[in-house]
Design a protein around this ligand. Structure first.
Ligand code: SAH
Length: 497
């Protein structure tokens, strides 16, 4: 099976640096199921094409078989499309041979690795059980132009009709690592045969390589089901993680999760100091308190505190990282002090909601000039995040995998490097105060961790020390003598160097 990647970025031979494979020579790699070869059919200043050719050894596969048996008979185990048609084997080869490129790293061209470049991907044969339509539905939402042609069963004998395969050509302008991740996940989705073992590890791989795009893909449910070969337990697990990644709920879990969160926010409102005054005699019983009468919810208190700190810092430009649906952005806009406001989030869907709620399309030009929304990830260094006086990261870090916190720390404190950074995160100690929250559970299903005050402070102090900031801490919400406040806040100030 074959995959080619062509770029017209100048100089096009930079593709060799990005893939970490020298265009001047062919290289071969052993894989557990065969061999992979990388070579460049063309390598010029203007155009460069890298080819990955994977040879699958069907006999060796049968001999070394692990996992479940194939679905066909004995002959099918030896004579099949595996050597020719793109399948999960190709994904494994991509990860093995182009692993560094896929991670977004590149020693010689670090900026280029994150930079969108024009790319054309050709897969001469992909299984097409889902039809041409599926190919469009999978790639188009990710920004690809899709050309899919159904292949004849035999070119010599057109009367024999069509085969079950397509030639697929994709054109796009995106960072190479992103394109490799899309291929890695979507190729096995086309290949509906179960010839590899699917376990928890596959869920982790899907989450890792789908980060930043899968949770908002309109076909995420179908992609997940097919990638995990319809194993219900794994599929449900993955879909729940994706639903939370998107920050909103695309699927069935929607109502449930929203209700859980509302319940938690509500229980804070009903703590002693927040109980609204008893209505005077004779007033209608069902009357809702007006916003002024009602005690602020934890969410409002949190935004109020973040806003106060940013105002107090004297910042005039602020970036809200993981801005979600834009509540803080709205509050920032109301303050004249802030002349440049940027909201960034990994979830497209949240950004769309934010644009709606801010009425961006109807905003007067002067107002509009103050605000921007940016699709990005806290995992990747991004020049567009530099040059801000202040940054807020409100209830976001607990959504990041602990091993990836280190990337986030560098992206924010080393590269973006704002003067003031406000970080908030739940205080786990406070969870015992919530009767609706079972012991040992987090407040939100997507939280990868929730820290005690000591844990948060240890982390924040180490970050401050490492990157030349000073940090102080403030509680947010009603403070309990023993367990503290529900939200903890760290305020980092950059020190003069
Ligand atoms: N700050 C908002 C939203 C908090 S929910 C508020 O306080 O209401 C967490 C947000 O972090 C979600 O919108 C989610 O999409 C975003 N997020 C998660 N991982 C991210 C990443 N790697 N980069 C940027 N945003 C991320």
């Amino acid at each position: 099976m074959l995959l080619t990647l062509t770029t017209t970025h100048r100089p096009a031979t930079d593709l060799g640096y990005l893939l970490r494979k020298n265009p001047a020579r062919a290289q071969s790699f052993n894989l557990s199921f065969g061999r992979a070869h990388v070579f460049y059919p063309e390598a010029g200043e203007e155009r460069c094409t890298a080819a990955l050719l994977v040879e699958v050894d069907p006999v060796g596969l049968v001999r070394n078989r692990r996992g479940p048996a194939g679905e066909g008979g004995l002959l099918d185990q030896y004579v099949n499309d595996r050597p020719y048609a793109a399948s999960s084997f190709l994904s494994v080869a991509i990860a093995d041979v182009f692993g560094t490129a896929m991670s977004g790293a590149c020693k010689e061209r670090p900026e280029l690795a994150q930079h969108p470049i024009p790319l054309r991907v050709v897969l001469p044969a992909v299984p097409s059980r889902g039809g041409t339509d599926l190919l469009h539905r999978l790639w188009e939402p990710l920004g690809y132009e899709v050309h899919a042609t159904r292949l004849p069963l035999d070119e010599q004998f057109p009367d024999w009709g069509e085969s079950g395969f397509h030639r697929l050509e994709l054109e796009t302008t995106q960072p190479l690592h992103q394109v490799l991740s899309h291929l890695y996940v979507l190729i096995p989705v086309l290949d509906n045969d179960k010839h590899y073992w699917v376990g928890d590890e596959e869920v982790a791989k899907l989450m890792r390589h789908g980060e930043g795009w899968l949770s908002t893909h309109p076909e995420r449910a179908a992609i997940t089901r097919r990638y995990l070969k319809h194993q219900r337990g794994l599929v449900n697990d993955a879909l729940a993680q994706l639903a939370d990644d998107a920050g909103t709920d695309p699927d069935e879990t929607a109502g449930l999760k929203a209700a859980e969160e509302a319940a938690l926010e509500y229980s804070v409102e009903t703590l002693p100091q927040s109980i609204p005054a008893t209505p005077p005699e004779g007033s209608p019983k069902e009357q809702e308190p007006t916003p002024e009468e009602r005690a602020p919810s934890l969410n409002e208190q949190r935004l109020g505190s973040v806003l106060a700190v940013l105002k107090g810092s004297g910042a005039t430009s602020v970036v809200d990282l993981g801005c979600g649906e834009g509540k803080l952005l709205r509050a920032l806009l109301k303050e004249r002090q802030f002349t440049r406001i940027l909201g960034m989030d990994v979830s497209h869907h949240s950004l769309e909601t934010a644009a709606d709620r801010l009425h961006l399309d109807r905003m007067p030009p002067k107002q509009k000039a103050r605000i921007g929304l940016l699709h990005g990830s806290l995992m990747y260094r991004d020049a567009r995040l530099t040059g801000f006086d202040g940054a807020s990261v409100v209830e976001v870090i607990e959504h990041l995998d602990p091993p990836r916190l280190a990337s986030f720390e560098r992206v924010l404190f080393e590269f973006a490097r704002p003067g003031t950074v406000v970080v908030t995160t739940p205080n786990r100690e406070y969870n015992v105060k919530w009767e609706t929250l079972p012991a040992g559970k987090f407040r939100h299903r997507d939280h990868r961790f929730e820290w005690t005050r000591a844990e948060f402070q240890t982390w924040a102090n180490a970050v401050a020390e490492r990157f030349g900031y000073r940090v102080r801490f403030l509680p947010v919400g009603p403070e309990d003598a023993a367990v503290g406040a529900p939200t903890q806040m760290g305020i980092f100030e950059r020190q003069a160097t």
